[in-house]
Design a protein around this ligand. Structure first.
Ligand SMILES: [Zn+2]
Ligand SMILES: [Zn+2]
Length: 459
């Protein structure tokens, strides 16, 4: 992450990479042209983006409840003269910009939701907000940088609106709710509604606007302000949730033979689930994790309860491993419990598929990222352990998801608080790079698309 190259050398590396990938020389030429106007416009607008970000930071809202946030976003998009659609996938907002010249249609996505965390940064604009999280009042904080993502995309929308003459094609600005999950939907309920990116895709956002490629970014504490990193191929693991309910027979703690103990059965079930990864998956294909995160049962020390409930998560970096884990878990759990006269009800809910960066798109647009970051963009090879519902967009059309460093110079990258920490700090100097990244993606994709026929685009 400590890339210190100058713009020319990074650019020449990027161009060499493009050449190696047999992109036409025409594309390389056009990537070479500098977009000085983008840098100038983003620098000129930096204070505005910071002001938006601080407003959003101070007024965070939980997933699916982003009412004030989406009204704020829609209002600003309308002021820019864009065609604005509110109420998409609940609280989402979509805006459309038609460029002055013909060209492809790209989607740029920002997430708007915050987390049930009490902020501890001590910032003058720290959140004091509270919200309802599954019926409970909780403190709310933008601890995952979505305030920054939303303000950067607003910034890009404003600059592109003011420079329509520079835009070939159509840009769809997608402000998405509930990336962190819903705060109001029981995901295990029968016919539970979907949310976030999946709901947007189900509502037909990709087809309705004819989006051909998707772009998004996320701030990252382990990377320096103004630096962009990206991974080709799998960028995030899949994420699925499970809930297991064990039903035994209640009895006195002194006479367990008179009942059926769900707590002892849970011990066996938890151990058995670890064999899914170690014995059932082909670990030459990738990795997987099965973790139990909550377990509840009982009321007193001397009563063996009738019921127990546990919840957990399944992660994988490979679609086949994901399938093995999610499909094999219910049977294993039910039979393990049955061996102890305990009945198990297991529900696995698909949350997020693997997030895959199209290799072709990501390599082709790498020079655009380098331009946005003044040469400080580079490919990384290690996966981060999280998951992202951008995956649903990237399943429909080629997607590119990049990371934007958010840690100021002088702060140790190894110990800087990470996203979801109450102390996480977004260095606002990085916002200008994020604004430029969105714009350079739009400009770069229009050039790239000139040499594409639709069948050439591969996920
Ligand atoms: Zn997050
Ligand atoms: Zn996030």
């Amino acid at each position: 992450m400590k890339l210190r190259t100058t713009t020319p050398s990074a650019l020449s590396q990027a161009l060499a990479l493009s050449a190696a990938l047999s992109l036409s020389s025409g594309a390389a030429q056009s990537q070479e042209g500098s977009h000085d106007w983008v840098k100038a416009a983003a620098d000129g607008q930096a204070a505005q983006v910071i002001e938006w970000r601080r407003h959003l930071h101070q007024n965070p809202e939980l997933g699916n409840q982003e009412l004030k946030t989406s009204a704020f976003v829609a209002e600003h998009l309308r002021q820019m003269g864009l065609e604005v659609h509110s109420g998409v996938a609940g609280t989402g907002v979509v805006a459309v910009l038609h460029g002055a010249h013909p060209g492809p249609t790209v989607g740029l996505r920002a997430d708007m939701d915050a987390l049930p965390i009490k902020e501890a940064t001590g910032l003058p604009f720290a959140s004091q907000a509270q919200g309802q999280f599954f019926g409970k009042t909780v403190d709310v904080m933008h601890a995952c940088g979505h305030d920054g993502h939303t303000s950067m995309l607003l910034g890009a929308a404003q600059i592109l609106s003011a420079h329509q003459d520079q835009v070939s094609g159509t840009v769809v600005f997608i402000f998405q709710p509930a990336e962190e999950g819903p705060s109001n939907i029981d995901i295990y309920a029968k016919n539970a509604q979907s949310w976030g990116a999946r709901r947007m895709v189900q509502e037909g956002v990709i087809e309705q606007y004819g989006i051909q490629a998707m772009f998004a970014l996320h701030v990252l504490s382990s990377s320096r302000t103004g630096h962009i990193t990206y991974k080709v191929g799998t960028a995030f693991n899949s994420s699925d949730s499970f809930r297991i309910r064990l039903h035994g027979t209640q009895t006195h703690g002194s006479a367990p033979w008179l009942g059926a103990d769900p707590i002892v059965a849970a011990g066996s079930v938890i151990s058995a689930m670890q064999t899914l990864v170690s014995r059932r998956t082909d670990v030459t294909q990738g990795m997987g994790v099965v973790s139990v995160g909550s377990i509840h049962a009982g009321t007193a020390n001397n009563i063996i309860p009738a019921d127990l409930e546990m919840q957990g998560t399944i992660r994988a970096d490979n679609a086949r491993i994901r399938k093995t884990l999610t499909e094999a878990l219910p049977d294993l759990v039910e039979q393990t419990a049955a061996a102890q006269q305990v009945k198990a009800e297991t529900k696995v809910v698909e949350m997020m598929p693997l997030t895959i960066n199209s290799a072709q798109l990501t390599r082709a647009l790498a020079p655009a990222m380098s331009k946005a970051a003044d040469g400080n963009a580079k490919e990384v090879f290690q996966l981060l352990p999280g998951s992202e519902d951008f995956a649903y967009f990237a399943e429909k059309v080629p997607g590119m998801y990049v990371f934007l460093g958010q840690t100021a110079p002088g702060i140790d990258l190894a110990t800087a608080p990470v996203v979801h920490s109450p102390n996480v700090m977004l260095d606002e100097n990085t916002l200008v790079t994020g604004v430029r990244a969105h714009i350079e993606f739009v400009l770069g994709y229009a050039e790239y698309a000139k040499q594409l026929t639709p069948h050439k685009v591969k996920l």
